[in-house]
Design a protein around this ligand. Structure first.
Ligand SMILES: Cc1ncc(COP(=O)(O)O)c(C=O)c1O
Length: 458
C-alpha cells in the first residue's frame, strides 16, 4: 500500500497501559468514522459506566444525553404485557416497516400532534431517527451538497448527514439572540454564502420542538421558512421527535410542519404537488416514549420516490419484527397512549420546575423552555474571556470538580461561547436535586473566585 493510504491508520489501544498503537486496516472513510462527532462524547461514554447514585457519590451526573428516564416505569409495564411472539415475526418483512406498525404510528401521529390526516402509505419505519436521517440524506443529497440548520442545533446532526453521505451542515446563526428565531432572509444569506463556497444547499432541517432550546417555533416562522425553502427548490425536513413532550404555558402553540404546509396550500402560497414532494417529517419513539433502546423512528413523506427508495434501502436499518409487533400492540391502545403522554408531560414539567427553581434561586441565567427535555444555560459570566477555549475549560472544570457533564454550546454550533445544554430528564427527580445543587454551588464558587481576581468588573 502507498504512503498515507487508509490501511495505515493507527489506533491507540486503550486497553494497553503502555499506549500501544496498532494498524486497523480500515478504508479512509472507515478511519474517519472512528472519531466521535464531538470531543465531549468521549466523556459521556466514560461517565455512562460510572454514574452518580446515593451509594456511588463519586460518580458523574450525566446531563449531556438527550434521554428521559422519567416515565419508563409506565412503558416497561405496558410493553411487557404486549410481548407475544407470533410465528410470522421470524421472517423477513416489508423494509418500510410492517403494515401494522406503520398504521399504528400513523394513527398515533395523526391523533396526538400532526393535526392532519396521516396515511399509513406515507409512513416508513427505520431503526431510530438517526437511521431515518442517514437514509433521508442519502436519498436527497449528493456528497458535497449542503443542509441549512438553524443554530444552535442537536450536535449529532453533523454525524447523521456527513459521516456516510458527505453532506455539509450549514449552521445558520439567528440575529435575534433573545428568541433564537431565524428568518428566511438569514437562510437566504447563508444559502448564498454556501453557494459561494461551492456547496449546493439541498435541504432545510428544522427541529420543532427544539433541541437544545426546548422551545417551539411560531406558526408564522415555520410558514415563512417553509415557503422560502420550497420556492428555492429545497427539501424541508422537520424533525418532530419531541412533538409529544410539551408542558409549558405555551405548549399548545405547537404546530406540525405538515399542518403549516396544508395552511400554506390553502392560502395559495404553495402548490399541493410541490409540498407533497418537498415536505417530510421525522418522528421516533426515543424521546416522548423514552424508548431509545428500542431503536424505532419513522419518516412521514408523501414523496412517492422517497417511499420507493425506503422499500429498497430500508433493509439496512430495519426494525426487528418482534419489536414492531410489541410496539404495534402498545400504540393501538389509545387509552394507554393518551394517559402516558399526559403523565409523561406532568413528570417533565415537575423536573423542569425542580431544575429551574434551583437555578433561579442562585441567579443562574437560562432560557425558559416549554417542551422537549432541555434547558439552555447562559454561563457567559463565568468565562474569563469570550472564547471557545474558555468554554472548553469551564466544561472540563464542571466535569472534574463537580462531576457534572453538560453539552457545550460549541458542540451545538452556537456562535457565541458560554452556553450549555442541560438535560434534566436524564435522571430521577431526587438525583436531579443533588445534581442541580452541584451546578449552582460550582457557579457560586466560580463567581467568588472571579470576584477575588477582578473585584471591579464582577
Ligand atoms: C432532534 C433529534 N433528532 C434525532 C435524534 C436521534 O433519535 P433516535 O434515538 O431515534 O435515533 C435525537 C436524539 O437525541 C434528537 O434529539
Amino acid at each position: 500500500m502507498k504512503n498515507g493510504s487508509a490501511d495505515e491508520h493507527l489506533l491507540a489501544d486503550e486497553e494497553e497501559s503502555n499506549g500501544a498503537h496498532y494498524k486497523c486496516f480500515l478504508s479512509k472513510r472507515g478511519s474517519k468514522a472512528l472519531t466521535p462527532f464531538s470531543p465531549y462524547i468521549q466523556a459521556v461514554n466514560e461517565a455512562k459506566n460510572y454514574q452518580w447514585t446515593p451509594t456511588n457519590p463519586e460518580g458523574y451526573f450525566l446531563m449531556a444525553t438527550a434521554e428521559s428516564v422519567l416515565s419508563f416505569d409506565l412503558i416497561h409495564d405496558k410493553i411487557r404485557s404486549c410481548r407475544e411472539v407470533p410465528a410470522t415475526v421470524g421472517l423477513y418483512g416489508d423494509f418500510r416497516g410492517g403494515n401494522r406498525l406503520r398504521k399504528a404510528i400513523a394513527k398515533m401521529m395523526e391523533r396526538t400532534f400532526m393535526g392532519v390526516e396521516v396515511s399509513t402509505a406515507n409512513v416508513c419505519i427505520s431503526s431510530g431517527v438517526t437511521a431515518v436521517l442517514d437514509l433521508f440524506f442519502f436519498a436527497t443529497c449528493d456528497a458535497g451538497d449542503g443542509c441549512l440548520i438553524p443554530a444552535p442545533y442537536f450536535p449529532a446532526f453533523d454525524n447523521d448527514m456527513a459521516i456516510r453521505n458527505g453532506v455539509e451542515p450549514i449552521p445558520v446563526q439567528p440575529a435575534d439572540t433573545h428568541t433564537y428565531i431565524p428568518t428566511a432572509v438569514e437562510m437566504e444569506e447563508a444559502a448564498l454564502a454556501a453557494e459561494k463556497k461551492g456547496i449546493n444547499p439541498r435541504v432545510l432541517l428544522i427541529t420543532n420542538p427544539g433541541n437544545p432550546l426546548g422551545t417551539l417555533y411560531p406558526e408564522s416562522t415555520l410558514k415563512e421558512l417553509l415557503v422560502w425553502a420550497v420556492n428555492r427548490g429545497l427539501h424541508v425536513l422537520c424533525d418532530e421527535i419531541y412533538a409529544n413532550s410539551k408542558f409549558g404555558p405555551s405548549a399548545n402553540e405547537f404546530i406540525s410542519m405538515e399542518k403549516v404546509a396544508s395552511i400554506a396550500v390553502n392560502e395559495n402560497l404553495l402548490s399541493e404537488k410541490t409540498v407533497a414532494q418537498r415536505v417530510h417529517t421525522a418522528y421516533g419513539m426515543s424521546k416522548d416514549f423514552g424508548m431509545s433502546g428500542f431503536r424505532v423512528g419513522c419518516i412521514h413523506t408523501r414523496n412517492k420516490g422517497m417511499q420507493k427508495f425506503w422499500q429498497n434501502m430500508g433493509m439496512f436499518a430495519a426494525v426487528s419484527n418482534d419489536t414492531q409487533h410489541a410496539l404495534s400492540i402498545m400504540l393501538e391502545d389509545e387509552e394507554f397512549v393518551d394517559y402516558y403522554v399526559a403523565e409523561n408531560n406532568r413528570r417533565l414539567k415537575k423536573s423542569y420546575e425542580i431544575f429551574t427553581s434551583l437555578l433561579r434561586a442562585e441567579n443562574v441565567v437560562y432560557m425558559p423552555a416549554c417542551a422537549a427535555m432541555f434547558c439552555w444555560l447562559d454561563l457567559r459570566s463565568l468565562l474569563p474571556e469570550p472564547t471557545f477555549e474558555a468554554e472548553d475549560r469551564l466544561w472540563k472544570e464542571l466535569k472534574d470538580e463537580s462531576r457534572l457533564i453538560l453539552t457545550p454550546g460549541r458542540a451545538c454550533h452556537y456562535a457565541e461561547p458560554g452556553f450549555f445544554r442541560a438535560c434534566y430528564a436524564s435522571m430521577p427527580p431526587e438525583h436531579l436535586t443533588v445534581a442541580t445543587q452541584r451546578l449552582t454551588a460550582f457557579v457560586e464558587r466560580k463567581r467568588r473566585k472571579r470576584k477575588a481576581e477582578y473585584p471591579i468588573s464582577v
